[in-house]
Design a protein around this ligand. Sequence first.
Ligand code: 6GU
Length: 261
Amino acid sequence: MTFEFDVITLFPEMFDCITKYGVTGRAEKNNLYNLHTWDPRDFTKDTRRTVDDRPFGGGPGMVMLAQPLEKCVTAAKIRQEKCGVSDTRVVYLTPQGRTLDHKLVKEFSRLSGLILISGRYEGLDERLIKQQVQDEVSIGDYVLSGGELPVMVLIDCIARQIPGVLGDPESASQDSFVDELLDCPHYTRPESYLGNVVPNVLLSGDHDKIRRWRLQQSLGRTWLRRPDLLKSKIEQGITIEEKELLEEFKIAYGANKNKVN
Ligand code: 6GU
């Protein structure tokens, strides 16, 4: 079945970025997902097509009106129902939300549709959030000018989880974070580049040795760069092989660090 995305946005054209290019573009063409946009301006009645107003209590910026957004959500729900979507969720992308991670991506990808709201200005009228929104999601601790890029980030992550979207069926399961580890380094031709050679093991043809090297690099990189991730991986339980590979990496790293030249 096709995953149905309904996106509520003042800038529908921005979404060409994902529907026209690369992996997400091909997936849309192949009907692995559908993306429908709703513009709150199309649900206004005044000649100026007003979608925002000044905040009660004063202060800078504008707040998005609840009513045009509510009409968009209603229209999106009806469209999803017509498409046969039985399990959907209304998600508002906001810096105040729960931070997106692989676990949340997996959770969303188990649904058959999503209604995603992109905010602009200072945000949405809180009553719209209370009445219509089920999840609030942020993509990290920094502020963007609007929710369009975060919505596209979320759609891209979810699309990658849909069977058939990635060319190689194993790629999604080998990505960083899937196994709570960072990805290992990758090399391609030439074998020597500016005096730097490809690690010998990758040229050995010994598949089990290569697998062990890659796993060790993943563990080592996660230890060095994302100790928080490694900690949760260890808490979930690591195998004896993983433990040994990590210990070996730590010893080699310590020995190299103390080396003069
Ligand atoms: Cl979801 N929206 C905006 N405007 N800024 C963000 C964000 C979302 N996530 C991180 N920064």
